[in-house]
Design a protein around this ligand. Structure first.
Ligand code: NDP
Length: 242
């Protein structure tokens, strides 16, 4: 059975990805502080007949990343499937973005994914098999007002994916991005009903996304069936970006 690590797997999109991968893989459910929520995801996977464990991994800390990977390698051999899902927003228009808010978003969304990927490929290269899935955003493709830092981080993931895909394809490792549109989670719960209904009008399929919509796409890209797909960015957005 393959082992998958999902960063930020305790809630939102990461939680749905962990549950979906739990149908076919051993899942390490990453959390930073919300251990109880991660344990709850583990419980759901186990209840459905799967196997999982909760693992603390803060992607902004090299030490935390090293500890998490060392634990997984001791207990489960290594990470075969890495889902770089952890992400934050600190929105503001360009003149008002504080340097700390720029750095926090880049460090978590982009540098965090670089560090976990760099660590994960040690095992994948030895094994000549691996899947890396980055969770980008349609904002990384088309931009968004008030999200220069977030868009830069998510566009960066798309470039990183293509480079990593080119470097590692000869080792049986694929790297792909999923770019969600607007999905109902804590991150988007802050939006007013007015914004949500105006968003609905921009979505050809007429609804805001569900976390499962993203999880299904990730599970496919992580599967053996996706072995001929690498360096791609798959928008899962109800048709917002075509
Ligand atoms: P949530 O805010 O609901 O969850 C974010 C997750 O990231 C949490 O599990 C959180 O963990 C984790 N996280 C935050 N900082 C760190 C860190 N330093 N180290 C490890 N984990 C961290 O967000 P969503 O589920 O909505 O988003 C998940 C991903 O999808 C993000 O990358 C986001 O940018 C992307 N996305 C979301 C969209 C949406 O509409 N919701 C649209 C496009 C992309 P903890 O619980 O421990 O804080």
């Amino acid at each position: 059975m393959k082992t998958a690590l999902v960063t930020g797997g305790s809630r939102g999109i990461g939680r749905a990805i962990a549950l979906e991968l739990g149908k076919s893989c051993y899942v390490a459910v990453g959390y930073t502080s919300s251990k109880d929520s991660a344990e709850e995801v583990v419980g759901e996977i186990v209840k459905s007949g799967g196997e999982a464990t909760a693992i603390q991994i803060d992607v902004t800390s090299s030490e935390s990343i090293e500890n998490a990977f060392t634990t997984i390698e001791k207990e489960l051999n290594g990470v075969d499937i890495l889902v770089n899902n952890a992400g934050i927003t600190k929105d503001n228009i360009l003149p008002r973005i504080k340097e700390d808010d720029w750095n926090d978003v880049i460090n978590t969304n982009l540098t965090g994914s670089f560090k976990t990927s760099q660590r994960a490929i040690k095992h994948m290269m030895k094994n000549k098999w691996g899947r890396i899935v980055f969770i980008s955003s349609i904002v990384g493709i088309v931009g968004n007002q008030g999200q220069a830092n977030y868009a830069a981080s998510k566009a960066g993931l798309i470039g990183m994916t293509k480079s990593v895909a080119r470097e590692l394809s000869s080792r049986g490792i694929t790297a792909n991005c999923v770019a969600p549109g607007y999905v109902e989670t804590d991150m988007t719960n802050k939006l007013t009903d007015e914004i949500k209904s105006s968003l609905n009008e921009q979505i050809p399929l007429g609804r805001i996304g569900n976390v499962k919509d993203i999880a299904y796409a990730v599970a496919f890209l992580a599967s053996d069936e996706a072995s001929y797909i690498t360096g791609q960015t798959l928008s899962v957005d109800g048709g917002m970006v075509m």
